[in-house]
Design a protein around this ligand. Sequence first.
Ligand SMILES: *Cc1c(COP(=O)(O)O)cnc(C)c1O
Length: 361
Amino acid sequence: MKFASEKNLRMAIDKFPRIKLAYLPTPLEEAKALSEKLGGPRIFIKRDDQTGLAFGGNKGRKLEFIMADVMKKKADLVITWAGIQSNWCRSVAAAVRKLGMKSILILSKRPGLPADYDGNLLLDYIFDADIRIVEGEGGKAPKEEDIMGTVNKIVEEERRKGHNPYIVSVGGSSVGWSMTEPLGAISYTDAFLEILKQAKEQKIKVDAVVHASGSGSTQAGLAVGAKALGGITEVTGISVSGKKDAMVNEVYEIAKETIKALRLNMPIAPEDIIVLDDYVGEGYGMLNKETTEAIRITAETEGILLDPVYTAKAMAGLMDLIKLGHFKKGQTIVFLHTGGTPALFPYREKLLELIKESKKQ
Ligand SMILES: *Cc1c(COP(=O)(O)O)cnc(C)c1O
């Protein structure tokens, strides 16, 4: 059942102001050698790793809407938080500079994950973001309440200094703090329309979009677009950290907000959200054999780089779903490459070790 036309959706999205930060549309290219190697469906890669903003990625798309909101609310500073190698924080650090502002990034250090000034953290430093690293007791991961405590403290300090900070949560996903509309998700409903338009031009019918799901707004935006236009495209989120039920709920909440913000007259249920948590491995940011294989095979067949934290897990998921026969010959799958490649470098030691092992087999 169709709840909106492409034109209706386009008009609803265009009501939200945006600032040009990304190179759009990103290419949609067929990965013939990869499809052949996997012996399954036709695979197209949507190159959101090429959005351009400071090495690209999905956050560039979200920030076009979010930074417009920052301007609208006359903020003079952006405060956000995430993990130490966060693509989101790096993208915020770059975007604020384009608007002549500064950012404060509250970055959580977690055991077992690289924490040196390399990859995204190096880039944050180059953009001269105000970097505040939080650590848990005894080198453990900081508790959620401690992170929020730090955020609150910093917000108060900055307000006392006379600043008007725009506060946005991890990934630009959940509505709350300064972001009163699900702007990250709206940018991905927009991306869904972009994919459909390119698919039409390339004379393909997209059976499924597969992508890495983290803070949930990429998936929420895509899922709302897909359902509104008749539900013929399956949207499969591969979780990179959360358990399935928690992720479904997160995405569902953002999807409800998105439907409201776009004024769509459409029901949505948790059953409409497909998340798989089988490819998380040992946890967020932890590399394993399957993720390394995904990086290696994609590089060797297509000359395309995946990142170790997100897209490699999503590709490991896609590869397994083909192996399991969930995606078959005759179907057409779009793999959404959400970026993240700066994180390859801080992972070099573990990557080298695992790639060596993988080549031996
Ligand atoms: C943030 C991110 C994601 C996940 O997007 P969400 O909207 O947070 O679910 C996927 N891939 C990369 C590379 C990212 O940086």
